[in-house]
Design a protein around this ligand. Structure first.
Ligand code: GTR
Length: 389
């Protein structure tokens, strides 16, 4: 008896132990119907989806999870700090761009590293990484090279590759996240229960980099693929969901409140993410701690907001925390919205095996053998996917 009591106490005090990794223990759940409006109307075509249901779903995500993203600012300036410097044995040109956004005498600067291939006709499509890891991963000097952002490989395949670091927008820290774009440009957001926090601020940054791409004649701004890993992957999905200028989205190992279904309660759960990272999502989201079924949305609806644009989601076999099966099922459950645009289902009923990628044209998915990470294997598949559309 004593032992049972001790175990229960441990479960309560140590949330890691309370995570479920057993498929047999996934509770029965019903996903909210992405094609039914809050007033109960069934959506039957893309026009109705775009006019009524899509804006409604977007608002639900803003209000309950990611926060409403402000779009107003006074001006934006682009300063090229390096140009036309041939690198990578002449295969690319390095551009470093300071994107500065001004509002009421305050400003925020986003530093973009961009490599453009020299041997390809311009304008070129580009992969934009939202970098949530160390800045050395996107080293402009190429002294340090990382699979996380394999610039040489992407250049060799004919695409441009760009990145910015999340800390330019909001430090990834619960005590200081507000010191970037939030305090400087949008302090009112900090007082709103549906105001954006760090992930909203990072996604806002991706849109400002998109503003820059629209002015760069080397870049085909209609072919920008926004990429993120893990917390960056939650951000890339949110960025693509609301900014329809992004042509496609890669959400790598994004897990809870990324591409994985919340209602499965498998691996990381809302209560856990809100406790460890209270600075990522808005205040309203805390109401759903241990109450996944009360959410008016689930993550398949976030993927649906990207429709009809392509989405590639990934997992890693040892990263059960991010719920590989729940990620695949979320993609699958977004298909009915793609169908409104005449896109036939591309995904099987069940997830493919490990290292068996499904590649496009509209959906990409793979579960890589290994750990929580983004690797050359992952990028190889993103490139194959991008070549399909
Ligand atoms: C984890 C977090 C995940 C994921 C990951 C990461 O600690 O629980 O949701 O975001 O960090 O960003 O690497």
């Amino acid at each position: 008896m004593k032992r049972i009591a001790l175990f229960c106490l441990l479960l309560i005090s140590c949330p890691v132990l309370a995570q479920n990794y057993d498929e047999a223990k996934v509770p029965h759940y019903t996903l909210p119907d992405v094609l039914k409006t809050t007033s109960g109307k069934k959506i039957r075509n893309d026009e109705k989806w775009e006019k009524s249901r899509r804006p409604e779903v977007l608002r639900l995500f803003e209000d309950h999870i990611y926060g409403k993203m402000p779009t107003d600012y006074d001006s934006i300036r682009y300063a090229l700090t390096e140009d036309d410097r041939p690198v990578m044995d002449g295969k690319a040109v390095l551009k470093q761009v300071g994107v500065t956004v001004f509002k009421k005498k305050n400003s925020v600067q986003i530093n973009v590293v961009l490599f453009v291939p020299t041997q390809v006709k311009k304008p070129v499509p580009v992969f934009l990484l939202i970098n949530n890891r160390g800045k050395e991963n996107t080293d402009p000097t190429r002294v340090k090279k990382s699979e996380f952002w394999p610039a040489e490989m992407v250049i060799d395949s004919g695409f441009a590759i760009a990145a910015f670091h999340v800390s330019d927008l909001a430090p990834d820290n619960k005590d200081t996240y507000m010191t970037g774009v939030l305090q400087k440009l949008y302090p009112e957001q900090l007082k709103m229960d549906n105001g954006m926090k760090a992930i909203g601020a990072w996604a806002w940054g991706a849109s400002r980099v998109m503003d820059y791409f629209e002015t760069d004649k080397d870049i085909d701004a209609k072919k920008v693929i926004v990429v993120g890993h893990s917390r960056g992957g939650k951000t890339s999905l949110w960025a693509a969901a609301q900014d329809r200028r992004f042509a496609a989205c890669v959400t790598n190992c994004s897990g809870n409140t990324g591409a994985a279904l919340a209602r499965r309660q498998f691996g990381e759960r809302i209560s856990r993410i809100n406790t460890t990272f209270p600075h990522w999502f808005n205040n309203n989201y805390k109401k759903y701690n241990d109450k996944e079924n009360a959410l008016p949305v689930d993550q398949h609806m976030l993927i649906a907001l990207v429709a009809p644009r392509p989405v590639y989601a990934t997992n890693a076999s040892k990263d059960l925390w991010a719920d590989p099966r729940g990620t695949f099922l979320a993609l699958k459950a977004a298909e009915p919205v793609y169908a409104l645009y005449g896109i036939k289902p591309e995904l099987p009923k069940d997830p493919p095996g490990i290292d068996k990628p499904i590649i496009g044209p509209h959906f990409g998915y793979h579960n890589r053998e290994g750990e929580h990470n983004m690797t050359a294997y992952d990028w190889g598949n993103f490139i194959r996917f991008a070549k399909k559309f």
